[in-house]
Design a protein around this ligand. Structure first.
Ligand SMILES: [Cu+2]
Length: 64
């Protein structure tokens, strides 16, 4: 992510998904921390939403 506009765009696309509790994207840290309801969406759906913005999810980890 190269600027705050990209940050906003990633957040916006992720937030369109059902079950997103909180999405915090940081271009400075080059990451996004997303809290979501696992009964309503999946990590795969989130990755697809991010990839649809033109950015690629290079890796992800899950914290319960
Ligand atoms: Cu940008």
């Amino acid at each position: 992510m190269s600027c705050e506009a990209c940050e906003e765009e990633v957040n916006h696309q992720v937030n369109k998904l059902p079950g997103i509790v909180e999405s915090e994207t940081s271009y400075e840290n080059k990451n996004a921390v997303i809290q979501f309801d696992t009964s309503r969406t999946t990590i795969q759906k989130i990755i697809e939403a991010v990839n649809a913005t033109g950015y690629k999810v290079v890796n992800h980890s899950i914290k319960n």
